[in-house]
Design a protein around this ligand. Structure first.
Ligand SMILES: [Zn+2]
Length: 237
């Protein structure tokens, strides 16, 4: 079992019922969180990531995924520029990095092991204990990396499942560096209800209101950030 055995699931459940967003510090055992940190921060080479941007042209609902290879550098710059220009018009846009999805079926890398673990009965039971939601499997899991200038514009994620999560691996982050997860008021998206600053081994779980989603965004990472924001996020249905 890699979940921290000292967590009081009943106390967490009460907070979830009251707020529909919960922060669980020290979610995984220290050793395992450190193991994940080392993998995502130190072992994946830069070309083990893609630059993910949306949209890839104005008024087009498609994304771009360009691997961090020298020959893709021009494409990456252009895709980022398009996403930033669309962001300026207050339409949905995003720029962040995701890991390669070229792992084989029997791949036993740290990320593949983590993905299996997040789909295991032990984790599903934990999620039931702390939220009361009978989730059956992850709908989608992404390992994401945000560096300077990366952002995720406000959106709701409808039809993604019952709960969303963000598991942060980042160490030493500062709120003023941006990269913070903001939850917005359902009816008025200019009102921020909660801001979550990345922190190592912090799990955030939020209700998707029976598939309706919840408005949120990740603020743009500042030029002052001396590290990148890496987290594993997704949804359970
Ligand atoms: Zn793998």
């Amino acid at each position: 079992m890699m979940i921290n055995t000292n967590l009081d699931r009943k106390v967490i459940r009460k907070k979830y019922e009251a707020d529909s967003v919960i922060l669980i510090e020290n979610f995984l055992s220290d050793d395992y969180a450190e193991h994940l940190y080392n993998f995502f921060y130190n072992q994946i080479p830069n070309d083990g990531w893609y630059c993910f941007t949306y949209p890839n042209a104005k008024e087009e609902k498609t994304f771009s995924k360009n691997r961090y290879l020298p020959i893709e550098q021009d494409n990456i710059e252009l895709s980022k520029k398009i996403a930033r220009d669309v962001f300026k018009t207050n339409l949905f846009a995003t720029i962040f990095d995701v890991t390669l999805d070229n792992h084989q079926e029997e791949c036993n890398c740290v990320e593949c092991q983590l993905r299996q673990y997040l789909a295991s009965a032990g984790v599903l039971e934990f999620l039931y204990d702390v939220t009361g939601e009978k989730v059956i499997q992850p709908k989608e899991i992404l390992a994401t990396r945000y560096g300077e200038g990366d952002f995720l514009a406000p959106h709701k994620d409808p039809n993604r499942g019952k709960i969303g999560f963000v598991y942060s691996l980042t160490k030493g982050w500062r709120a003023e560096w941006g990269g913070n997860l903001h939850f917005l008021n359902e009816k008025n998206w200019t009102l921020v209800e909660r801001v979550i600053v990345p922190k190592h081994n912090l799990l955030t779980i939020f209700s998707l209101n029976n598939n309706q989603g919840k408005p949120h965004f990740v603020s743009e990472v500042s030029h002052a950030a001396s590290t990148k924001r890496i987290s594993i996020s997704g949804w359970y249905k």
